[in-house]
Design a protein around this ligand. Structure first.
Ligand code: CU
Length: 353
């Protein structure tokens, strides 16, 4: 083992920390809370910076004072240490200074905490999010066909510049909703309703979210995207979602796939069609989505076919009535590669046109 001279150890530590910091700061992470894109995430970052700066100033001041005292009052040959007891000025100041520091941190923090309970603007968009093992479902009450629900999954589509309030539920076990750049993290608890702090997104884009509470074998593969659109694009998306797909050209792969989708419609719904299953994610406008498998795979034709053939090669999903079977080898319905390709073509044809 290499042994460093003792006197070098602190230097080495500092160098290592600096290196680590440099390496970490080079990561451009789409899940970074240091790059907030909503008012809610912004206030979290502001408090974080305030507390970190104040705590660092206090920490360095205490360290510096300690070093100075140790050096100044160190034992010197022939000089006995000065014995001091009591110093009113010093004691008063080290009582008052921490009180001031706590007030500087505490008062803004309390205001921000109170702000999380503020009533949203009147035009707030209400969304209900349900955690399932291992995917997310989003319901927009009153926005569906005939004033019913609009339901989608794994991609929360919202307009920018408008207050969004998400109510959280779980269908099975504990999950947690977290979009680091926007809002969260808040638990999704079976039998209980949690309400996320209202948030307002600054700019259109795709934001990464994920389950942040261990929820079983595929927990690490339970993600989603927030797709923030301009107000006009959001309305266009909702109406395309509600009006449903146009029937594919007869004789095409998509047309064969639409028929083949009867195998799947017990679990999956496509708005405006006969498929109305609710055991698995809603697949309306699936061709518009950037991901599949709850935000885990890019939505490409190859990934989609491989997913339908054998979900378990991507996610550790148990066998069972509420989980998706592997269709290349299912006990009830086995599909061949051609049938799977047709269904994939159909799903990818589901776009807003
Ligand atoms: Cu989880």
């Amino acid at each position: 083992m290499v042994r460093f001279p003792k006197s070098l150890t602190p230097l080495l530590m500092v160098a290592l920390m600096a290196l680590l910091l440099a390496v970490l700061s080079a990561c451009a992470s789409p899940q970074s809370t240091f790059d907030p894109k909503s008012d809610a995430a912004d206030s979290v970052l502001t408090i974080y910076i305030l507390v970190t700066v104040v705590a660092s100033v206090v920490g360095f001041a205490v360290l510096a004072a300690m070093v100075w005292l140790i050096i100044k009052f160190r034992a010197k040959p022939g000089v006995p240490a000065r014995q001091i007891h009591g110093n009113n000025r010093l004691e008063a100041s080290w009582t008052i200074a921490p009180i001031l520091v706590l007030l500087i941190i505490g008062i803004p923090t309390m205001f921000w905490i109170a702000g999380t309970a503020e009533e949203p603007a009147a035009d707030v968009l209400e969304v209900e999010a349900v955690g399932h093992q291992w995917w997310f479902e989003f319901t927009y009450p009153g926005m569906g066909p005939d004033g019913g629900d609009l339901i989608t999954a794994n991609e929360l589509v919202i307009p920018v510049g408008r207050d969004i309030r998400v109510t959280l539920h779980s269908d099975d076990v504990l999950h947690s909703f977290w979009v680091p750049q926007l809002v969260g993290k808040t638990d999704m608890i079976p039998g209980r309703t949690n309400v996320l702090e209202t948030f307002n997104v600054y700019e259109p884009g795709l934001y990464y979210g994920q389950c942040a509470e261990f929820c079983g074998s595929a927990h690490a593969l339970m993600r989603f995207r927030v797709n923030a659109k301009t107000s006009a694009n959001f309305s266009a998306w909702a109406s395309a979602h509600n009006s449903g797909p146009t029937a594919p050209e007869p004789g095409t792969a998509a047309a064969r796939g639409a028929l083949g989708f009867a195998t799947c419609s017990g679990c999956h719904a496509i708005s405006g069609t006969a498929a109305q299953g609710r055991i698995g994610p809603d697949l309306s406008l699936f061709g518009e989505r950037s991901t599949l498998a709850a935000g885990v795979l890019d939505n490409t034709d190859a990934n989609l076919k491989a997913w339908i053939a054998d979900v378990r090669s991507f996610k550790p999903i148990p066998e069972g009535a509420r989980f998706m079977p592997a269709f290349n080898n299912d006990t009830v319905t086995t599909l061949d590669d051609g049938q799977i390709a047709d269904i994939a073509a159909y799903l990818n044809s589901l776009t807003a046109k």
